[in-house]
Design a protein around this ligand. Structure first.
Ligand SMILES: [Cu+2]
Length: 160
């Protein structure tokens, strides 16, 4: 049987008509339905239309609840061995790693290593330090923050 990806050479209507004809002849009801579904999905595809790829989806607690919020996008570059200050965030903050590996050390939790192309949500009110533990590779991250307006992106924590 013809691949559903061969649709460009023939009109969708003709392909579908042929599939329906074939499935009536030779297939059970569930298989026929599957073919119909695939053909409907294929006809829904347009050319030159970019579909975003989901990198991270997470249900979080502790986002700001006021009338308005401030959205910030920040970029940070770490040389090998560099780290952030010890800090907390008042609201969950999302990090996306462009290059290298970002290691997040959080008080009372296992460290988390996030590689280039991946994202994670950093929890609110947890003391943390972000590291580039590599001895040779730089690290670049983009950070997405949604907070109450005019609140700091992070609060430094002073070690006793
Ligand atoms: Cu942080």
């Amino acid at each position: 049987m013809e691949s559903p990806f061969a649709l460009n050479s023939e009109s969708h209507g003709r392909i579908r008509a042929r599939m329906e004809e074939q499935m009536n002849k030779s297939m059970g009801l569930s298989a026929a339905f599957a073919v119909l579904l695939v053909s409907l999905m294929a006809t829904g595809q347009e050319r030159d239309v970019v579909k975003p790829q989901l990198l991270l989806s997470e249900v979080v607690r502790g986002m700001p609840k006021g009338e308005s919020q401030e959205v910030r996008v920040l970029k940070a570059s770490f040389q090998p061995g560099e780290k952030t200050m010890f800090h907390t965030h008042r609201f969950p903050v999302t990090v996306y790693v462009l290059e290298g590996t970002f290691t997040l050390e959080m008080e009372g939790r296992e460290p988390v290593a996030v590689k280039a192309g991946n994202a994670m949500v950093m929890p609110a009110n947890v003391k943390m330090t972000g590291h580039n533990h590599s001895s040779s590779e730089p690290l670049q991250v983009v950070v997405f923050s949604v907070s109450d307006p005019d609140t700091p992106f992070l609060d430094p924590v002073h070690r006793q």
